[in-house]
Design a protein around this ligand. Structure first.
Ligand SMILES: C[S@@+](CC[C@H](N)C(=O)[O-])C[C@H]1O[C@@H](n2cnc3c(N)ncnc32)[C@H](O)[C@@H]1O
Length: 452
């Protein structure tokens, strides 16, 4: 990537930064109500609140960062920094999928004919299944669909739109920072709180991306979101997260103290700022995604060139963004906070501190044990099997060892365990696990019955 993308946004954000101090204690130009002497909100509308010259969204009280132009420039800088560090806007192997492939919708005809039960499979897997399942199936080609969760300014969506003109790109964010009207025809943005769920049908997307949300959600909210991601992903679809660990490493006492304060305040707000460190584990354990790949890299305060400058300015901008949270919660003045930012930055430069960026991608399994209808209960199968065998046995009038064992089990209560297994109304957490366990027992009985 050339330096021009960095240069443009870096220049704009530097200009804004130089005005940042003077904006403190002044209302934004758009705000008619001026209250220079207090930290109270100066103006609000249905979406936003204006405090000390900065604009914040009002809907997610956990999320402490502003959403104004200054923050939008910072986000643009971080976007280019991540793109530069990881070498591209995406690491998952989705290029061919988004350039060439189309997914197939299989519509199984049911009665009446206007009703279809649909299932979609992402990318190349579609053709594999299309050969296997041909009876009563209608096939429609749909363009690949991509979702960016917490899309911010929408820059990732816009760039992906031009890289993949055949794909339909969707962005959702709690703040409408993304372009409203002037955008490519394949870009679609919507405002929404993703903690309420993802407003899309099941198995809708080929690829889902989420970047820089370490300061947005509690652990239970990100777990719920992971389950939603899995729901709206097509079988075989990809998900990718890019994240930063907010803890600066290799620092001194000033940065450490600032991190401890920040960490405590975020815990008080029930925000899990350690998301970057456990996102792989959560992908596997919470949403049972597979084929997990991850990469981490560091960038230091000593990094040279445009990337180093951009990094420094984004860290400074981030600290500036936390001004309201820290000054209000800690009861410290703006002057004190400005002074502490300077000292922390200088300490970090001196110590060659660094941050870690993380990337992880994974796939939704083609066969989803959680959502694919379970096979008929084993007891049912066994009952039919038993009935047939009992008939045969009655004819032969030669009871087998298996039957004797089964009779024994029935009288010793094993059968009631089996019954309670099948009478559980809630679906099993993993049908494979249940099947594995039961299969083993039944196979053992089968083998014992005929070999012993
Ligand atoms: C640090 S920004 C990252 C934005 C974007 N992903 C990027 O990389 O530039 C975090 C984003 O999460 C959004 N956000 C916070 N809470 C949210 C929620 N509950 N639902 C949807 N978006 C949310 C914020 O508005 C903000 O745009």
């Amino acid at each position: 990537m050339g330096n021009s993308q960095f240069k443009d946004t870096l220049h704009r954000s530097k200009l804004r930064m130089s005005h940042a101090a003077s904006k403190v204690h002044h209302s934004p130009e758009s705000s008619p109500a001026v209250s220079a002497s207090t930290d109270q909100p100066q103006q609000q509308d249905s979406d936003n609140i204006y405090v000390k010259g900065r604009r914040y969204q009002r809907k997610n009280s956990k999320y402490p960062m502003p959403n104004d132009e200054e923050e939008q420039d910072r986000l643009t800088n971080v976007h280019y920094l991540l793109k530069h560090c990881f070498g591209s806007n995406y690491s998952a192997p989705v290029r061919d999928l988004l350039l060439h492939s189309a997914s197939c919708i299989y519509a199984q005809r049911s009665c009446p004919t206007s009703l279809f039960s649909q299932s979609t499979v992402s990318g190349s897997n579609a053709s594999t299944l299309s050969n296997a399942t041909t009876t009563n199936m209608l096939k429609h080609i749909v363009e690949p669909r991509v979702l960016d969760i917490a899309c911010g300014t929408g820059i990732w969506v816009l760039e992906m739109c031009s890289d993949f003109p055949r794909a339909q790109l969707y962005g959702i964010d709690i703040s409408a920072m993304y372009p409203g009207t002037i955008k490519p025809p394949n870009a679609h943005f919507m405002q929404g709180d993703v903690r309420d769920g993802l407003p899309f049908p099941d198995a809708h997307f080929d690829y889902i991306h989420m970047q820089l949300v370490y300061n947005c959600f509690s652990r239970s909210e990100s777990d719920r979101l992971l389950r939603e991601i899995k729901r709206v992903l097509k079988p075989g679809g990809y998900v990718e997260f890019r994240e930063v660990d907010p803890k600066l490493r290799n620092t001194g006492p000033k940065a450490e103290k600032q991190y401890q304060t920040f960490s405590r305040l975020m815990i008080e707000r029930d925000v899990d700022i350690t998301w970057a460190r456990h996102m792989c584990e959560s992908m596997e354990q919470v949403s049972e995604l597979t084929d997990i790949h991850h990469q981490s890299l560091t960038i230091s305060f000593m990094a040279s060139g445009m990337a180093g400058e951009t990094f420094y300015s984004t860290v400074e901008g981030e600290m500036e963004g936390y001004r309201r949270l820290i000054t209000e919660s800690m009861g410290i003045s703006d002057e004190e906070y400005t002074d502490s930012i300077k000292k922390v930055l200088s300490e970090c430069t001196q110590k060659r501190a660094y941050v870690t960026y993380y990337m992880a991608w994974a796939r939704k399994p083609i066969y989803d044990h959680a959502t694919t209808p379970s096979p008929p209960p084993l007891q049912h199968i066994m009952t039919q099997h038993d009935t047939q065998r009992q008939q045969q046995q009655r004819q032969l009038q030669q009871p087998t060892h298996t039957n004797q064992k089964r009779e024994k089990r029935k009288s010793s209560g094993t059968a009631s365990t089996s019954q309670s297994r099948h009478s559980v109304s809630a679906p099993p957490t993993s049908s494979r696990e249940i099947w594995d366990k039961q299969d083993k027992t039944d196979i053992e009985q089968f083998v014992h019955g005929y070999i012993e």
